[in-house]
Write a protein that binds this ligand. Sequence first.
Ligand code: AMP
Ligand code: MG
Length: 340
Amino acid sequence: MKILGIETSCDETAAAVVEDGQKILSNVVVSQIDIFKDYGGVIPEVAARSHLEVIMPVIKKALKDANCGWDDIDAIAVTHAPGLLGSLLIGTLTARTLAILHDKPLYAVHHLKSHVYANWLSDQTPAFPLLALVISGGHTQILYMRAHNDFKIIGTTRDDAIGECFDKVAKILGLPYPGGPSIAEAAKAGNENKYQLPHPRVENLDFSFSGLKTAVLRAVQKELNLPISHPSHDLKNHLTEQQINDFAASFQRAAVEILIEKLQKALEMYPDVQSVVVAGGVSANQALRDALPEAYFPEPKFSGDNGAMVAAAAYYEIQSGVKPTDPYKLNIYPRISIES
Ligand code: AMP
Ligand code: MG
């Protein structure tokens, strides 16, 4: 079964053709990072317009790379939630139109499910029950999965998402957007033991990352002997390259340790778990990969947003008995839980 997966939930326009949820026949991603790096973040209206400009070329290239005509495609899958409203609209309206035009079944997929299913785009697939650590720009969750397409949230963030925290700390340090990769790069030349950053005290399996961001801010101000009233956007002008690298490394170490502490706690609470999978943009982080040698990670190119994971998620939904959606009625949900 060949599924065309379409993804436009944030600032990547992506399409891919995947056979039987695993064999990648094509994978095309156009990122808007170059547009947004000067702004230090995504501007939703600009993102939507940019999706509109490239979505049809991206889909055409995905079909061409896969050597597929429309007759070869068995179904279309598209991200319908959660994400930026305008971005989701462009992807879903395109998918709906194509499904009607080419008479294909249409599947609407939750974005976090897709991230988790990036771990099935390989020969070695995780065993159930499993824990999925979903870490992205907008989400930080631990999910318990008893079987395919069966998700229970057992931990979530109470404030910022971890990717957001990487991005905000990078801004304080004057490192380019997106913050995750630039912090990881700077950290390579830094001393991760230089600054001691506190771990938040949150009961159960929930996370909190806004305190860690503030702790970095205060540590930078202290290091520079500047008052806490000193504007955060100006601190980067006073830091040496070595200090930036040391803060990046110390922050990354704290972030990785916080994730691992919660994961360990979750494993103690769910002793029947057979495997751990990590997913979402932050799963590209090499320090985290090194710290969790037993866990499943997607290939780095499938950590970020892509269409292949959407097609894989839809394949397993179909296997679980999920029926196609009506292309005339498919709706978008900018904020909706994976459990709904
Ligand atoms: P997503 O929301 O899944 O598209 O993921 C985007 C988030 O992943 C952004 O906040 C990035 O800063 C973060 N990210 C990407 N690469 C890395 C990395 N190597 N280390 C840490 N965070 C990363
Ligand atoms: Mg994402």
